[in-house]
Design a binder for this molecule. Structure first.
Ligand code: DOR
Ligand code: ZN
Ligand code: ZN
Length: 398
């Protein structure tokens, strides 16, 4: 089939280093199938499924299952992230070698939902991951500084009487892990960088030659803590929405390459976990189906970055960080490709009810955007087209 791509932008398939698919354990909020459809619609051809499932993905039995289920669905490559800790913050390294060696080929390890906060455990995890050629993705939250915190520590939270989450809770871990990675000769990846101070620390560490990389989420690039005024629990997320000055620093860091890539932290939650009081709601926001539109709006449309840079921050860099060999490289003639076609001028409004995700917790509902992925191709098969995902297990051939 010949596709008329006139006026559209052709990009390599997007890679999301940070997706919560909730299977196993919370299939009422997302499944590998529904999350894969959301990913395909968002222009993604690979996603990394976070380890804080129930049970936690701390063994090859679980990571191999997640991988196989992703292949069965066939709408996006689901790469399991393995937990370095056992169960919920067990102080013992999980079977990382087994997870790396299995069919799921785990190459990104993370915590099991909180943060690898013990420095000795982190140091050992870095060394072990390094020996496997893997990277540790760090949630970067010092839990002793965030007890009870639900919003960014600042004037907005104070005004609303919400317990504040200080920037230092993130920055202390970023600084510590840069030093631990340096000493271990290992790679570390910082998840959802959210403060101007984190950007400064990344600049410093990279300048010292530390093998540190970082991602930023679409929500931290678009929203700030003025959103709290609505008291709407949809705005609760970890790390929290920060101040406008942080948002500006994050945008600049993405432009300058100090932050390497965009990752969604797609975090589906059930209605009952999001409709309550702000402080009682679960943290997290949907991200897969709106990421490209937000990156285009905050970075491409103002002229900060080009579409060529979008290929870098949404495909090439994340593929490089995870050492995916079939993504993020130039398209070769005659080879089944992973592609995303974006209409930069479509113009559309986010409707929560139209999302393929099983959950509805998007803070972007009713917002208008211009750009949207209109066609996604995984190894030569169409996985989404004009807002409709292909049937699971049977992609249409391009
Ligand atoms: O907001 C968040 N939600 N941040 C996290 O780190 C975890 C995630 C989740 O699993 O819901
Ligand atoms: Zn996190
Ligand atoms: Zn997350």
């Amino acid at each position: 089939e010949v596709i008329d791509a006139g006026g559209n932008v052709l990009l390599p398939g997007f890679v999301d280093l940070h997706t919560h698919l909730r299977e196993p354990g919370r299939e009422d909020t997302e499944t590998i199938e529904s999350g894969s459809a959301a990913a395909a619609l968002g222009g993604y051809t690979a996603v990394f499924a976070m380890a804080n499932t129930s049970p936690v993905a701390d063994s090859a039995v679980i990571t191999d299952h997640v991988y196989r289920r992703g292949q069965e669905v066939g709408l996006v490559d689901v790469h399991p992230v393995g937990a370095v800790t056992v169960g919920l913050q067990g102080e013992k390294l999980a079977e990382m070698g087994m997870m790396a060696a299995g069919p799921g080929r785990v190459r990104v390890f993370s915590d099991d939902g909180v943060c690898v906060s013990d420095p000795l455990l982190m140091r050992r995890a870095l060394e072990y991951a390094s020996s496997l050629g893997a990277v540790i993705a760090q949630h970067a939250e010092e839990p002793r500084l965030t007890r009870g915190a639900v919003a960014h520590e600042g004037p907005e939270a104070a005004r609303l009487g919400l317990t504040g989450w200080p920037r230092a809770a993130e920055e202390a871990i970023v600084a510590r892990d840069a030093l631990l990675a340096r000493d271990a000769g290992a790679r570390v990846h910082i998840c959802h960088a959210s403060t101007a101070g984190t950007v400064e620390l990344l600049k410093w560490a990279k300048g010292q030659g530390v093998a540190i990389t970082a991602e930023v989420t679409p929500h931290h690039l678009l929203l700030d803590d003025s959103r709290l005024a609505t008291y709407d629990a949809v705005n609760r997320v970890n790390p929290p929405l920060r101040e406008a000055s942080d948002v500006a620093a994050l945008r600049k860091a993405l432009r300058d390459g100090v932050i390497d890539c965009v990752a969604t932290d797609h975090a589906p939650h059930a209605e009952q976990d999001k409709c309550c009081e702000f402080a009682a709601a679960r943290p997290g926001m949907l991200g897969l189906e709106t990421a490209l539109a937000i990156v285009a709006q905050v970075a491409v449309e103002p002229g900060d970055i080009t579409w060529r840079d979008v290929a870098r921050v949404m495909s090439e860099k994340p593929a490089e960080i995870a050492r995916l060999d079939d993504h993020g490289r130039p398209i070769r003639v005659g080879e089944p490709a992973n592609l995303t076609l974006v209409d930069p001028d479509l113009g559309w409004t986010v409707r929560a009810d139209d999302l393929a995700s099983r959950s509805r917790n998007t803070p972007f509902a009713e917002l208008e955007f211009r750009a949207k992925p209109v066609l996604t191709v995984l190894r030569g098969r169409i996985t989404a087209r004009d807002g409709v995902a292909a049937a699971p297990g049977a992609g249409e051939r391009a």
